[in-house]
Design a protein around this ligand. Structure first.
Ligand code: 13P
Ligand code: SF4
Length: 339
């Protein structure tokens, strides 16, 4: 298979949509491309007909991320874009909590999730009843929940945060509320990683974990450094703190991409979901990406045929129980107001 990053678009002139194939040829064999290109062309037509925009998370498969996604980014960027985007329809190429967040912030738009089963182990790990019990146990302690939660859980929370702004949010809450204890839910490892940055605040955590990031170990990082001398290690803060301690940098998916753009390390490994390296590497042919691979099965549920069907049938439209929507929106908006 040719590597698009080393080959000009003209090398693919015999194929449909050669400029797009140039972006994914490292991942998609040429014989598969005509069928994929037919879906891409149909989705582009449907986007125009429906006045739709596709928001794509950084973990989307390369053939989604590099072709039909209009705006890509981390959870925080996608939430911010959901407020601003000028369209009647948003298709969220990501997981369900991201689509719910978009719907909370753009209640008048139709928000479609191409596969309603695209969940998240963190979102599954906590219920609204758990938060109500924690509030009884820790009266007066504010609740900051990770955006990787259901709208019903967000409705029980004071603030949301993402991996991109967690430190800023807990510092803000401690200052505004005049407290030195915060419930930070449900990602235990994110809370522990943030705790290192804010020793002055006690973060009370929950036992939720990301099924993708919890599988990385400190030994994995040591082995990578030995087998790939000089490799720069970037890790997502959903990884266990012992893993983050072995890394050179930790940050959200967008922060990792920004690090690569700014620092241009010769050799790098992203300790996170594997599509991330596939997508970031497209713009960086000069960088060697070492690729240990942990796939998120939920992100992988989103495919081009499902996006096409979603736009054809206008399903699955995300609906949020009005009894929780206003309170959930308030928690997300309080987060977005922090700059
Ligand atoms: P980011 O907000 O860093 O994109 O992370 C979202 C996510 O689900 C990571 O597993
Ligand atoms: Fe959830 Fe982890 Fe998948 Fe992100 S990578 S959507 S946190 S299961």
């Amino acid at each position: 298979m040719l590597d698009a990053r080393l080959v000009p678009d003209s090398a693919f002139a015999g194929l449909p949509l050669p400029h797009l194939y140039a972006r994914v040829s490292g991942h998609v064999p040429a014989f598969e491309w005509p069928a994929i290109a037919a879906d891409v062309a149909a989705i582009e037509r449907l986007k125009r007909e429906r006045n739709a925009v596709i928001l794509g998370h950084n973990y989307q498969a390369p053939e989604v991320f590099n072709t039909v996604a209009d705006i890509v980014g981390d959870s925080l960027a996608l939430a911010r874009e959901a407020v601003k985007v000028d369209a009647d329809v948003i298709v969220l190429a990501g997981v369900h909590f991201m689509a719910e967040t978009a719907k909370l912030l753009s209640p008048d738009k139709t928000v479609l999730i191409p596969d309603a089963e695209a969940g998240c182990s963190l979102a599954e790990s906590i219920t609204p009843a758990d938060i109500r019990l924690l509030r009884q146990r820790y009266p007066g302690v504010p609740v900051v929940t990770y955006v990787n939660t259901s709208a019903a859980v967000k409705a029980e929370s004071d603030y949301c945060c993402t991996s991109g702004n967690a430190v800023k949010v807990v510092r803000h809450v401690a200052r505004e509320w005049g407290v030195d204890r915060i419930l930070m839910l449900p990602d235990e490892y994110l809370a522990q990683n943030v705790q290192r940055e804010v020793p002055e605040i006690e973060l009370i955590a929950w036992k939720g974990h990301c099924e993708v990031h919890e599988r990385f170990t400190p030994q994995d990082i040591r082995d990578l450094r030995e087998s790939h001398p000089g490799v720069v290690v970037l890790a997502h803060p959903e990884c266990p703190p012992e893993v983050v301690a072995e890394a050179d940098f930790a940050g959200s998916t967008a922060a990792m991409a920004d690090y690569v753009d700014a620092e241009r390390p010769g050799r790098v490994v992203l300790i996170t979901e594997c599509s991330m390296a596939d997508n970031v590497s497209v713009a960086h042919p000069e960088i060697e990406f070492v690729r240990p691979c942990n796939l998120c099965p939920h992100m992988r549920r989103i495919t081009l045929p499902k996006i096409r069907t979603a736009l054809e049938t206008m399903s699955r439209a995300v609906e949020i129980d009005p009894a929780v929507a206003d309170r959930a929106r308030a928690a997300v908006e309080r987060m977005l107001a922090i700059r």
